[in-house]
Design a protein around this ligand. Structure first.
Ligand code: ADP
Ligand code: MG
Length: 340
């Protein structure tokens, strides 16, 4: 039981600039599992950009080419649960042994392991065993290794051994081909201008893109309405509204500096005056919390600092808000002002 979804194959994973590197790396791994330098292959990117799909595609392709190999797909969450159960039932060694004899191990959403030191520890040992024996490991994550938090250093360094390939938001052309392919597979016809309308307005998440088309088809058949641009508009608007607006780092800096009655230049300045440093750290903390930007990108936008400074800022804010009442009030007040 490899837990692979047959629809999540390479053929259905349409290629574009946004995914070419990751897709090709996946194909290379599928041709020679354990035999390339892409070990582990780590696929990272935002929600709904195809991490799960691509990781299945690699597993399916390996199963096709090497039927004798054991391929296992599992989410990091389920892996964690299994590990916890094995400890409770006193068969931790069986758990480890089960994973050590797999040829291709695919673990989805490894960011879930953040802070779970027991599971990280056992995974570290399984990983080493597989790697030393030339077995293939494929991981997905919502962040690049440099941006992962609360993952042990030794595990992070393993994550960086192979190749980290990013899935980005697909461009317009790719979004159109993804929709056309989906409609074709579902045997549904739809005018090009409608497909393009949807692809033009839903940009950041392939799952939502598909969701909009599905609800368009459902609406039209349910209400026996023809699929028109105006129906497409209605549905796209609902989708765009439901997608939580992301605050920008600029906006966060503005809100934080207003709160402390300073201007943004002061917040970004090199000064070490305590209240300014704290304001800057709060801006970094909220940027980490409310945006998808990487630590490096937050640092460069908030006074040209590096990613370590941002990480330090986030930890300082965490610490201070649990030890300092006044500081906790700052955090709460600003969070309210930023509330969407
Ligand atoms: P993630 O795991 O990154 O959140 P998924 O793998 O679940 O994303 O993908 C979300 C949906 O988008 C799935 O239905 C998947 O088939 C589809 N999808 C994502 N990227 C592509 C692509 N390049 N071609 C075709 N479908 C895609
Ligand atoms: Mg996924």
């Amino acid at each position: 039981e490899s837990q692979l979804n047959p629809n999540y194959n390479f053929e259905n994973f349409l290629e574009g600039d946004s995914n070419r590197l990751a897709r090709n790396a996946g194909l290379a791994v599928a041709n020679k599992p354990g035999g390339t330098s892409f070990n582990p292959l780590l696929i990272f990117g935002g929600v709904g950009l195809g991490k799960t799909h691509l990781s299945h595609a690699i597993g399916i392709d390996i199963k096709d080419k090497y039927p004798e190999k054991t391929v296992l797909y599992i989410s990091a969450e389920k892996f964690t649960q299994q590990y916890i159960d094995s400890v409770k039932k006193n068969n931790r060694n069986d758990f480890i042994h089960f994973y050590q004899i797999i040829d291709v191990l695919i673990i989805d959403d490894v960011q879930f392991l953040s802070g779970k030191t027991g599971t990280q520890d056992v995974f570290f040992h399984i990983f080493n065993h597989l790697h030393q024996n030339g077995k293939q490991v494929i991981l997905t994550s919502d962040k690049a290794p440099v941006d992962m938090q609360d993952i042990e250093q030794r595990l992070l360094s393993r994550f960086k051994w192979g190749l980290s390939a990013e899935l980005q938001s697909p461009d317009f052309e790719t979004r159109v081909s993804i929709l056309k392919n989906k409609l074709y597979r579902d045997g549904v016809e739809m005018p090009d201008d409608i497909i393009e309308y949807v692809a033009k307005h839903i940009k950041t998440n392939v799952r939502e893109l598909e969701g909009a088309i599905i609800s368009l088809i459902a609406q039209s058949s349910f209400n026996k309405k023809e699929i028109t641009i105006s129906l497409a508009k209605e549905i796209v608007e609902k989708f765009v509204k439901n997608t939580k607006r992301e605050v920008s780092i600029d906006y966060i800096q503005k809100v934080v500096s207003d709160y402390f009655q300073m201007d943004v230049d002061t917040l970004q300045s090199k000064t070490r005056k305590r209240h300014i440093v704290q304001a800057r750290q709060l801006a970094m903390f909220f940027a980490k919390k409310y945006t998808k930007a990487s630590l490096a990108s937050i640092g460069s936008q908030i006074g040209k600092r590096d990613h370590a400074t941002v990480l330090h800022a986030c930890k300082t804010v965490d610490n201070l808000s649990s030890t300092d009442k006044q500081f906790r009030k700052y955090v709460e007040d600003i969070a309210k002002k930023l509330a969407l």
